[in-house]
Design a protein around this ligand. Structure first.
Ligand code: MG
Length: 487
């Protein structure tokens, strides 16, 4: 990859280091908050984070940096990437007045704390006025950001560069067939599996997770594995990437697959080309692209018979109860398909149906076709239509996700993008099963590194996908992948 050639870009990169350092500090603080921070540290940490955020904003929107960015005439792909990413960030920061940003943060903080209680009590009425405010703000945000066709467009683009309602319609054009496929597969699968109930030793489970991580290529000199309530990855830098998982005493696949999922995110962050270090393009191309990497490792690699074969001995060693189960049993347990009410518990066949439901609701609210008070009913009807089950409580329905309470409207479709991309990658890697069975993970990784990871955010996500796979995002590929695996 070519480096910065023009003087302006060199100067921009010099100034950008301040932002990089602040972001580095922010992600370290967030990691700590999710793992080891004492409970009462919350308020001070919140204050400190807000101040750092304002410092980043001040640096990015400073007249000097701004005029450099707008004046620059990029000479190569790297420089074009730097300018594209910075323009996008600066424009966003400038379109949203600071009062709006503050109000957004306030509404989200309150909505989140009410959501926690409302979810516990399964009380939608308690949450609904706050959700109303969240959607009102989303509408205002869309107006502030501006759009040509649909108010949802700028909200989608916020999370996935260049993505619009038109793209979502294409993305979700497979829903009918997917729903059909899900019905067919789930009819053949049992509703329960004895392995879900087997109790494991948490310490031994952690050791198994470490063993698997080492085998797939996680570099412990450049990363850590910790525990947190919600598994997550923090890419602090190229040489400091931290992942987390959780340990319930039963159903060991949940801990293992969280590890593989976060490993996929971590591998992306660790494999970005070193020449992009400390620059605005030292990051994944988009949320959808990032999620494709985590899902590739979790679903494509992890939920395969080849993976069970490769790690059967290790699994037995750390989880002795597995001795009475065969490789086939474990594979069945890993790939169980049955109607689920909860998105995060959903298998890979039905997952996108859950995402589509949320997309439909967000879009209809923005179009003023649906009101917040009608939301639970719309939810139930869509669940019934798509997955064939109805939530018995709001807790397992409309109150299950954290996203809306945090003000994230337009986020969900990135999960579907990641799913489709992961399927496209699965279909494009040669002899994947053989490589997994023989633990030749470095060969799989070098494929991903060359095509996806190393480029960071140099190219916008759409372009990167074309470069990496020789085709665009192709939703029918998900059906193809699922049919091959499950039929
Ligand atoms: Mg993820």
């Amino acid at each position: 990859m070519e480096l910065a050639e023009s003087l302006e870009v060199k100067e921009i990169l010099r100034r950008y280091r301040e932002v990089w350092a602040l972001e580095h500090a922010l992600s370290l603080m967030t990691w700590d908050m999710e793992t080891y921070m004492p409970e009462a540290g919350f308020r001070e940490r919140g204050e400190a984070r807000a101040v750092l955020r304002r410092m980043i904003q001040r640096t990015l929107t400073s007249q000097e940096l701004k005029s450099l960015v707008w004046r620059a005439e990029p000479r190569n792909d790297f420089e074009r990437g730097v300018i594209r990413v910075l323009r996008r960030e600066i424009e966003r920061l400038e379109k949203l007045p600071s009062e709006f940003v503050e109000e957004e943060a306030k509404v989200a903080t309150e909505a989140y704390s009410v959501w926690v209680k409302a979810r516990e009590k399964s009380d939608y009425k308690l949450f609904s006025p706050h959700l109303g405010k969240v959607f009102e703000l989303a509408k205002r945000k869309a107006e502030l950001l501006g759009y040509e066709k649909h108010p949802y467009d700028p909200l989608l683009d916020w999370f996935e560069e260049g993505f619009s309602v038109a793209d979502c319609e294409k993305l979700f054009s497979i829903i009918g067939e997917l729903s059909e496929l899900f019905r067919k597969v789930s009819e053949r699968h049992p509703r329960e599996h004895p392995l879900e109930k087997e109790e494991y030793d948490k310490q031994r489970m952690r050791e198994l997770n470490m063993r698997v991580l080492e085998a797939v290529g996680f570099d412990f000199k450049r990363g850590r594995l910790d525990t947190s309530p919600h598994p997550v990855t923090f890419g602090l830098g190229l040489d400091d990437v931290r992942i987390t998982t959780r340990y319930h005493e039963r159903d060991f696949r949940r801990s293992l697959f969280a590890v593989l999922h976060e490993f996929g995110h971590a591998a992306y962050d660790m494999n970005i080309d070193r020449v992009l270090w400390l620059t605005p393009v030292q990051r994944g191309a988009s949320l959808g692209t990032h999620e494709s990497q985590s899902l590739f490792w979790e679903n494509v690699v992890g939920r395969s018979i080849a993976f069970v074969e490769a790690f059967y001995r290790d699994m037995i060693e750390y989880l002795p109860f597995l001795r009475s189960y065969s490789i086939e049993d474990i594979y069945t347990y890993f790939t169980l398909v049955r109607p689920e009410l909860i998105r995060v518990e959903a298998d890979e066949v039905q997952y996108v149906l859950h995402v589509y439901l949320r997309y439909r609701i967000e879009k209809e609210i923005l179009e003023e076709k649906l009101s917040v008070s009608e939301l639970p009913q719309a939810w139930e009807e869509l669940m019934e239509e798509l997955i064939g089950v109805k939530p018995k409580s709001h807790r397992e329905g409309v109150l299950q996700d954290v996203h809306w309470s945090q003000g994230y409207v337009g986020y969900f479709p990135t999960y579907a993008i990641g799913r489709v991309l992961a399927a496209q990658i699965a279909l494009s890697v040669k002899d994947l099963d053989e490589k997994v069975r023989e633990r030749r993970f470095s060969e799989v990784m070098s494929y991903l590194r060359e095509r996806v990871h190393r480029w960071g955010a140099v190219y916008p996500p759409r372009e990167l996908v074309k470069l990496a796979l020789g085709e665009e995002l192709k939703p029918p590929r998900l059906l193809e992948y699922l049919r091959l695996k499950y039929l």
